[in-house]
Design a protein. Structure first.
Length: 233
């Protein structure tokens, strides 16, 4: 199987130029599905920290690049929405956040903010032993003793070291959300109305922003708080 990806067919979320060449690196297996951006692209094309795959591999061999608290070992490791990147030798930290247009961008954050990451709950199931498994937007799983307070479309903040839930943001009217896909990707506002659609159609949500309001489907929004808006200092 080829390890290359044609630039013209990469997902819209990838922060790459499409007409500067024919191919780019292909994301490996891992979180975020097809939307995951290979770590090499982040290091080389976005941050400019390396000039080649060889240099990127050297950096990873030194365990100086952490993704969600764990040392990255594969330059093709997919990076996606709300991941935390830490560069220990540089003392630099970033959160992956969607910008306007849906492209993934890096927001500088401090070390304290880099100790945990945000996840949107997409599925809740009971597992052996009576505990519950929460599946997050990136495909990762978290096991909790009691899931009664959690619902699909809620967001949680997970400690990168202990994997414990440290904050829970319910999906409800009044919640602060960001759109992560669609024509309003990157916009942030407060949910003013949740519109339930009968049958198999998608529910929609009305979001009020500083500049007005927009309506989009529920799947396109993620509950956040002010610490995830790019205003960290």
């Amino acid at each position: 199987m080829t390890r290359h990806q044609k630039r013209l067919s990469v997902p819209k979320s990838w922060p790459v130029e499409r007409k500067t060449g024919t191919f780019t690196v292909k994301a490996g297996a891992g979180p975020h599905g097809k939307a995951g951006v290979p770590l090499l692209i982040v290091l080389r094309d976005v941050l400019g920290y390396v000039d080649s795959k060889k240099e990127a591999k050297y950096a990873l061999n030194n365990q100086s690049v952490l993704v969600n608290g764990d040392a990255a070992s594969d330059v093709r490791r997919p990076i996606g929405m709300f991941d935390i990147l830490a560069f220990t030798e540089r003392d630099e930290y970033y959160r992956v956040f969607p910008d306007e247009g849906g492209r993934l961008a890096l927001t500088p954050i401090d070390a304290d903010s880099a100790s945990s990451r945000l996840g949107k709950i997409v599925r809740k199931t009971q597992v052996t032993g009576g505990k519950f498994q929460l599946t997050l937007h990136d495909g990762s799983n978290l096991v909790v003793d009691d899931a009664s307070e959690y619902s699909n479309k809620d967001s949680i903040v997970v400690d990168n070291e202990t994997k414990d839930v440290v904050v829970h943001f319910p999906y409800e009217e009044g919640a602060l959300v960001t759109a992560v896909a669609g024509s309003h990707a990157g916009e942030i506002g407060e949910v003013t109305e949740i519109i339930t659609t009968k049958g198999s159609g998608n529910n929609s949500v009305v979001v009020e922003t500083e500049d007005g309001a927009f309506e989009t489907i529920e799947q396109y929004v993620v509950v956040i708080d002010e610490n995830f808006t790019g205003d960290d200092e």
